[in-house]
Design a protein around this ligand. Structure first.
Ligand SMILES: *Cc1c(COP(=O)(O)O)cnc(C)c1O
Length: 494
């Protein structure tokens, strides 16, 4: 066995991994990467079909990001944000504030996101202009939660017990606050005793929605569903019921357009606009978790418009005309190079923490690596790439190609639903598409298909029985076809 594989098995404990299974066979040891390709210590090449767990944007060893990090490294790798400012973090904060606010004119929203008839603009009057840096998606959510909690107590009175609402199936990270917002029993139930109480409301999951009267078809369930937007009605009900209790929700937490770890569950066009409007009407702060969906991942709405106005729209919320009160970003922030996160919020929230020193209104929260220079330098370079005409065109093309290639999978009887939002795709495996009968988790259908794909040189990780394709933006047409072909062959092997 390879030397590093041996060391790994002796000393490393891997995340979300049954280590007994892990120890049974030689792990793949990644030695290098270039573009969408990862290479292991034996020289075998693999396609990085989930962008290294949804982090990578422009591929590995991107010359521009490499150069930016090297340039910064010649100055300094890290100094503390406790007490000092630094060059790249201040530039990055300005840059993030410049792209975080939805400025998409309604006329430029894509047809796929056409407004429902009763739609009003959910933007409100908030403007994201303050940036709190941290390290990971989980910490970005913790920061948003603590700020929203304390902001609510300061504006509604110190006796208030701020309460949060999130979506069924939600995943917002693995730290305790983030877990409290989560609703995946497999991950979260065991820790129930450590958590604070939050509420959940039905997320749209058209393929398995009890309100959807449509029989299964060979296309995206969002597009043939038969319902009366009952899911939106339930959100309205939930907010109204909480208001009746005399303690309206302080915050509504959601992943816009697509819930990732919940199983790549996409929202039908118009859902986000409607529910955020309801939340705002009930005085709740909007907390958008764009850890997976941010930085162009959910697609190019209108490439001509985006080229003319190269700043927009890089966030999923913007596709529905929404600017939240808190925008949490991480994974793709540095192009997937370094652990860095940011929580953006409004002047209004910021002002609630201003006061004389002895009033102790300070936000007492921070991490050792807050505002890290190497991370900020990588993020600036990544944004430079993201906002080029070439990147917009490449993403628009890749998105279309992904759509076309995915259509070939409908021929497989074990493919129940194919859900694509921009450059994210979830393929739900079922025993029989006609009945939507699911595989039991213990059958490890998703894991087995991934193993078969790995043998064919394509790496990804399933979410339960949902196969995930989330290609780096630099993926070529040939590489993308190889990813989808490996997935099809893996399913045939089931
Ligand atoms: C990955 C993820 C997180 C957690 O981010 P970490 O960097 O792993 O802590 C939170 N929310 C969403 C939507 C994610 O996909």
């Amino acid at each position: 066995m390879n030397k590093f594989a041996k060391l790994d098995q002796r000393f490393v404990w891997h995340p979300f991994t049954q280590m007994r299974d892990w120890l049974r066979r030689e792990p793949i040891v990644i030695a290098s990467g270039k573009g969408a390709v990862l290479r292991d210590v034996h020289g075998k090449a693999y396609l990085d079909a989930n962008a290294s767990i949804w982090t990578n944007l422009h591929g590995h060893q991107h010359p521009k990001i490499n150069a930016a990090i090297t340039r910064q490294l010649k100055k300094i790798a890290h100094s503390s944000a406790l007490g000092y400012a630094n060059e790249p973090a201040s530039l990055l904060a300005e840059r993030l504030a410049g792209i975080a606010n939805c400025q998409l004119p309604i006329a430029n929203l894509s047809k796929a996101h056409a407004r429902p008839k009763n739609w009003k603009l959910a933007i409100g009057n908030c403007k994201l202009q303050k940036v709190f840096f941290s390290d990971d998606g989980s910490t970005a959510l913790e920061v948003a939660l603590k700020l929203a909690y304390e902001y609510t107590r300061r504006t509604r009175g110190p006796k208030t017990k701020p309460r949060f609402l999130s979506l069924s199936g939600a995943y917002h990270g693995d730290t305790i606050g983030a877990v409290s917002l989560g609703h995946i029993d497999l991950f979260h139930k065991a820790y129930g005793g450590m958590l604070f109480a939050t509420d959940k409301v039905m997320a749209p999951y058209c393929y398995r929605c009890p309100f959807n009267q449509a029989k299964p078809e060979r296309r995206d369930a969002r597009n043939y569903r038969k319902c009366q937007w009952e899911c939106v009605g339930l959100v309205e009900k939930k907010f109204a019921a909480q208001k009746k209790k005399g303690n309206p929700y302080a915050g509504f937490v959601f992943e816009p357009l697509m819930q990732g770890a919940a199983g790549m569950i996409p929202q039908p066009a118009g859902w986000l606009a409607q529910v955020t409007q309801i939340a705002r009407a009930h005085g709740a702060l909007l907390i958008a978790d764009e850890v997976m969906t941010g930085f162009g991942r959910t697609g190019v709405a209108n490439s001509e418009f985006e080229i003319r106005n190269s700043k927009l729209p890089l966030f999923a919320s913007h596709h529905e005309g929404v600017t939240p009160d808190f925008l949490c970003v991480a994974k793709g922030l540095t192009g997937g190079y370094l652990p860095m996160a940011a929580t953006l919020t409004t002047q209004r929230v910021f002002d609630a923490f201003l006061g004389e020193y002895e009033e102790f209104k300070t936000f007492f929260h921070g991490h050792s690596f807050t505002g890290n220079q190497l991370g900020a330098a990588a993020a600036l370079a990544s944004l430079d790439i993201l906002q080029t005409k070439q990147s917009v065109l490449q993403r628009a093309k890749l998105q279309k190609l992904l759509h076309d290639e995915l259509q070939t999978l409908w021929a497989l009887p074990q493919v129940g639903d194919i859900r694509q939002v921009g450059l994210v795709a979830g393929v739900e495996l079922v025993k029989d598409w006609r009945t939507r009968a699911p595989f039991a988790l213990r059958e490890r259908a998703g894991i087995r298909v991934c193993e078969a794909m790995a043998r064919r040189g394509v790496l990804t990780r399933p979410v339960g029985n949902v196969m995930v394709l989330l290609p780096p933006y630099c993926t070529t047409a040939t590489q993308l076809r190889q990813m989808v072909t490996a997935l099809a062959e893996g399913v045939k092997e089931l």
